[in-house]
Ligand binder design. Structure first.
Ligand code: X8Z
Ligand code: ZN
Length: 633
């Protein structure tokens, strides 16, 4: 199954009137509950691989047939899940083994897409979901609709933002991509009605409450918990925002900000969620410690291409050049994967199975539409793991591979558990595994694998390295929060369909201090231009992950025996760190996440002190830079 599968919690049992029905069935027993859970697990093992394969096809080969098959498969598995949840009501109020009780609780939360029981509505829901994801994957913008040569998809439009510093070129790429979601608006409105109906049938107020129930705590407390964490990191974000806005104003003059906010198309990223691509504009101490990984990767790819050309033994035709270009793209993509795998293996984790390299989608196919948004898959609970990406030789994609392999190794670590427990301790854990490894890709590590020069040791080098990382990790925090602030509001009705876009930009302004360059009225549906909205992947997980990964990092640094400043720690090669990490991952969601967190870090709370400690040098530097400026928006 895909990684964004279940996320579960101690929730709210439906607990209604057991024993008051007229034709009383014989009372259920705890032993029957155990047998029921065993049957559910066995059924998942038998049936989930088929729907995972159908989904894989629909994502890597978008057409009406693959969509039909994926929608049907999803229909069957959601209907089956619904039937199991209903059957489980027999056990309400019984004294059960803790493991059985947890499995039954988790069952209710085993999908982010609760379906209505009504078969017609269930079918409608899976068709809409499949269609929206397909629309996203096939999304294309043509600057001249009559000239296919001007058409671009997300990868090319993103690279305009990542590399062009031309204001208008960036605006066109941004606005162009945001046309692809306009036709999703009606589907999304209907989607919300249907999942809300499904969530209510399960006893939740709406689908948003159901999502918030997946954290081994009361859903109402979970909202407060995210507010608390945001409160901890907000001052750091505000300093970063202030500095970046100032630099953009220097570069673009008046157009560098919009009423104190950062223009949405000028951050180097389509969603203004990570700003690391702006490094060329923002690098404070030019050339101190070269951190330009992308150009090294690109050079390696071109080197491979030239090698292939030379070994051709004749003058290359245009067709040869295309073909060899593809071979070089694939070779570098695989080499980047092997590099990432090597880090995990250095920690004592297993090599990836051969099938991973045979069945993954590494580069964008030429002849069909696919969903390029990166994901990691476990197709059968027994080793058929894959990633699906459209890899380009850039630093961003390189770190995304490490991220995806985090999901893959989590799957492998908990594959021994019953399927119901095969998930992250909570979904933020799943997102944090690979990123924790990325944090250990220090300049020293990168230099050891030949991707940057020998690292410089100075205060300037430290600030450069910290700012570079903060542009991804700190800039991300409010974005990670606001997507579900929007969806929670949509699900609970406080954001109405006629205000979808208005509410979206209000949240973007409030949390991120980001604004569009022009009017974005209700003729647009800008949330739909972010994969996770049409893909229905909950997003708070990424916010939590950005807090947690620094906690994990600190714990693994300690396990590896690191002394000295935290940001210098890399546990590459540390079997001690690896063993501790693997033991944590092997627990899956078999116990409350608080317990799992405690086993790794010693504490039971998510807490921003690790990320704040990490960036303490940068925060002091930013405050100095911003002194005398009016920050905020
Ligand atoms: O979606 C992802 C991963 C797949 S789980 C590539 N991420 C979020 C995003 O791209 O929006 C990782 C960082 C945040
Ligand atoms: Zn992920």
């Amino acid at each position: 199954m895909k990684m964004h599968r279940p996320l579960l919690a101690l929730a709210i049992s439906a607990g209604l009137l057991a024993g008051c029905t007229k034709d009383a069935a014989p009372p259920a027993t705890a032993a029957e509950a155990d047998a029921f859970v065993a049957r559910v697990n066995e059924t998942f093992r038998q049936t989930n691989p088929e729907s995972a394969s159908a989904q894989w096809l629909a994502s890597t080969y978008i057409n009406s047939d693959s969509q039909l098959i994926a929608a049907k498969a999803q229909e069957r598995s959601l209907a089956q899940l619904k039937a199991f949840v209903e059957e489980a009501r027999r056990f309400d109020g019984l004294e059960l083994k803790p493991e059985t009780a947890r499995a039954i609780q988790l069952l209710k939360l085993a999908t982010a897409m609760p379906a209505p029981k009504d078969p017609a509505k269930l079918a409608e829901l899976t068709q809409i979901a499949t269609r929206m994801e397909g629309m996203y994957g096939a999304g294309t913008y043509c600057s001249d609709p009559d000239d296919p040569g001007t058409c671009k998809q997300i990868g090319e439009l993103s690279s305009v933002l990542a590399t062009s510093r031309d204001y208008d070129a960036q605006l066109e790429a941004w606005a162009g991509w945001h046309t692809i979601s306009v036709p999703m608006r009606d589907d999304y409105r209907r989607f919300v009605e249907l999942v809300n109906e499904g969530a209510r049938e399960l006893g939740f107020a709406d689908a948003g409450e159901m999502w918030r129930a997946g954290y081994d705590m009361d859903p109402a407390d979970f909202r407060d918990e995210t507010d608390r964490l945001w409160g901890q990191v907000k001052p750091l974000y505000e300093q970063l925002h202030c500095y970046v806005r100032g630099q953009l104003e220097e570069k673009y003059g008046e157009k560098g900000s919009v009423d104190g906010k950062i223009p949405a198309h000028l951050t180097g990223n389509m969603w203004a969620q990570q700003w690391g691509n702006l490094w060329d504009v923002l690098e404070p101490y030019k050339g101190v410690g070269s951190l330009d990984v992308s150009s090294r990767l690109k050079a390696q790819r071109d080197g491979e291409y030239n090698r292939l050309l030379a070994s051709l033994g004749r003058a290359a035709t245009a067709a040869d050049q295309v073909e060899l270009g593809r071979q070089a793209d694939l070779a570098i993509a695989k080499a980047m994967n092997e590099r990432a795998e090597d880090f995990y293996v250095s920690l004592g984790m297993p090599r990836l199975p051969e099938s991973f390299y045979q069945r993954s989608q590494f580069i964008k196919p030429r002849d069909r539409d696919v969903v390029c948004h990166a994901s990691a898959w476990d197709l059968n609970y027994q080793g058929d793991v894959r990633i699906k990406m459209c890899i380009e030789p850039t630093e961003e994609e390189f770190t995304t591979i490490y991220h995806e392999l985090g999901h893959i190794y989590y799957y492998l670590a908990y594959n021994h558990l019953p399927p119901i427990f095969q998930s992250g301790a909570h979904d933020g854990f799943h997102e944090a595994i690979g990123d924790t490894i990325v944090l250990a890709m220090t300049p020293r590590y990168l230099s050891s694998i030949g991707l940057v020069d020998a690292p410089a040791q100075s205060r300037e080098a430290l600030i450069n390295a910290q700012l570079k990382l903060a542009l991804d990790k700190v800039a991300f925090l409010p974005f990670g929060l606001l997507i579900d602030r929007w969806r929670w509001g949509v699900f609970d009705g406080s954001i109405r369909p006629e205000d979808y876009n208005k509410a979206w930009w209000e949240l973007r302004a409030r949390y991120q201090g980001v604004a569009p360059a022009g009017e974005r009225g209700e003729d647009f549906f800008d949330p739909g231009a972010k994969y996770h909205v049409p893909g229905n992947t909950p997003y708070t997980r990424y916010f939590l992950s950005h807090i947690l990964q620094f906690q994990f990092y600190r714990a693994l640094c300690e396990a590896s025996g690191h002394t000295g400043p935290l940001h210098e720690c890399s546990y590459y090669g540390s079997k001690e760190a690896g063993e501790k990490y693997w033991a944590m991952m092997a627990k899956g969601q078999s116990q409350p996440w608080q317990q799992t967190l405690k086993e790794l870090t010693g504490g039971e709370q998510m807490d921003a002190s690790a990320i704040l400690d990490y960036f303490a040098p940068l925060q002091a530097w930013l405050e100095e830079q911003n002194r005398g400026k009016t920050c905020g928006w």
